[in-house]
Design a binder for this molecule. Sequence first.
Ligand SMILES: Nc1ncnc2c1ncn2[C@@H]1O[C@H](COP(=O)(O)OP(=O)(O)O)[C@@H](O)[C@H]1O
Ligand SMILES: [Mg+2]
Length: 196
Amino acid sequence: MDGVSFHVRWGECFGLVGESGCGKTTVARLLLRIYDLTEGEIRFEGQNVQSLKRGELKKIYQRIQIIFQDPRTSLDPRLKVAQIIGEPLDIHGKGSGQERRERVMELLSLTGLSATHVNRYPHEFSGGQQQRIAIARALAIDPAFVICDEPVSALDVSIQGQILNLLMDLQEKFKLSYLFITHDLAVARHICNRIG
Ligand SMILES: Nc1ncnc2c1ncn2[C@@H]1O[C@H](COP(=O)(O)OP(=O)(O)O)[C@@H](O)[C@H]1O
Ligand SMILES: [Mg+2]
């Protein structure tokens, strides 16, 4: 990646649009520090994330979550829905066992899933439902900033609209900021405040 520069404002949906293979996912991975930058800088809430120590970084990365393109590959097939959605709570040590179970139920309801889904495995769901599970997981620890990497591109056209509406409802409800990656201009026009 070269010459990439943009900022995302509080509460907005910033669209990152470009053809397939141009490097959009690479940018998302850089933001999450899956890859290291060779040059330049990434700031979150004014802090340069490269200069932060481990503990401070962990705090920041509680506030940043990602939703991937294809839930068939982003959800662990060996885990039940309750474990998938609750895992970020475990990792970040949030709440007691009982509180985590309640939070998982709340997240299922927020994303339009049913409490009866909690003990099932990802393969038992449709693509749209799987993406709802991924969204529930991303919201588990109350992020401020969510990177949506082509969250509807792998879904049937008939359910893309439902998932986009869900993302927009959740954004409004929880005052989320989105980096919305897409190669689909119609989707970008529908959901984004600004586009780069
Ligand atoms: N880890 C990697 N090492 C080397 N090349 C990569 C790696 N990841 C992606 N690429 C290449 O970088 C380019 C941009 O990929 P990507 O960021 O996935 O694009 P997009 O998400 O816009 O479709 C592609 O040509 C891809 O093959
Ligand atoms: Mg990509």
